[in-house]
Design a protein around this ligand. Structure first.
Ligand SMILES: C[S@@+](CC[C@H](N)C(=O)[O-])C[C@H]1O[C@@H](n2cnc3c(N)ncnc32)[C@H](O)[C@@H]1O
Length: 262
């Protein structure tokens, strides 16, 4: 997979998610609702979900709002889940899905009313460029919204290095995300920071995909755990962390409007 994350022998974290059919999503539907509301989704006609993963967010928007949704992801396997999800929810006619890199989005400039991106840029090294791409494809006056993971300030360098190696992510602190956001051309910027709570996270993750989907995904994860020694190793490295990993993490909702004269 060409996501720019640290190469690791055997299966990588995002490949594992693509195989299992479940993705990391902070804050469940409540976070997505907050993000979409701040992006004025109710007035949008054309919406982009960049890094759509298994397509829960795209299908959710298509079902609940009178707009057309485009979902892009770098992984064809993820897009296959997204297609299945759109069929399951009955919105295939309102959702287009295609391969695309958030660092070079395959769209002309000024096309979308809303561009949203959830738990994607943590996996991308050049976050500034990814934000600029999201802004480029947004119409003047339109909104860009992110929901992204951050490390709390007291996270130890050992822990951040462990996550970087095990998951291949580039998770920054909240201050770094804020600085990136402030550097963008967006105006009317809103930043909301939340901490992650392990129990709510699990419950929200199940609600995000639905019970049946979750049970099937756990079955696939178990099969992978048994057959993939590198995955076992990665999970052990993660959960042997000296502190509760989730207590060291939070997520931020970042929203901004593209100026009329960008
Ligand atoms: C943790 S998942 C989140 C998926 C979805 N947004 C959600 O909230 O459920 C991250 C997704 O970002 C995609 N991704 C990673 N790097 C990307 C890139 N450079 N361009 C587009 N998608 C990317 C991965 O393939 C994966 O589907």
């Amino acid at each position: 997979m060409t996501t720019g994350q640290t190469a690791r022998p055997g299966i990588e974290y995002l490949d594992m998610q693509a195989y299992v059919g479940i993705t990391k999503h902070n804050g469940g539907f409540a976070a997505t609702d907050e993000l979409l509301t701040l992006c004025r989704i109710e007035t949008a006609r054309e919406v982009l979900n960049a890094g759509c993963g298994i397509g829960v967010g795209s299908a959710y928007v298509a079902r609940n709002y009178p707009c057309h949704v485009v979902g892009v992801d770098i992984s064809e396997k993820m897009l296959a889940w997204s297609r299945q999800r759109a069929r399951m929810v009955g919105v295939s006619d309102k959702v287009d899905l295609r391969v695309g890199d958030v660092l070079a989005l395959p769209f002309k400039s000024d096309r979308f009313d809303v561009v949203f991106c959830e738990s994607v840029l943590a996996f991308v090294e050049d976050k500034g460029r990814a934000i600029a791409e999201c802004v480029r494809v947004t119409k003047p006056g339109g909104y860009v919204g992110l929901n992204e993971t951050y490390f709390v300030d007291k996270a130890t360098p050992e822990l951040t290095a462990r996550v970087q190696t095990s998951l291949g992510t580039h998770v920054p602190s909240a201050a770094t995300w804020q600085a990136l956001w402030e550097k963008s051309v967006l105006c009317d910027r809103v930043v909301k920071l939340y901490r992650i709570d392990a129990r709510t996270e699990i419950r929200d993750r199940i609600r995000w995909v639905g019970w049946r989907w979750a049970v099937r995904a756990w079955g696939r994860l178990l099969r992978l755990y048994i057959t993939e020694p590198t995955l076992r190793q990665s999970l052990r490295e993660m959960f042997d962390a000296p502190v509760d990993l989730l207590q060291q993490m939070g997520y931020g909702i970042f929203v901004g409007r593209k100026p009329e004269q960008a």
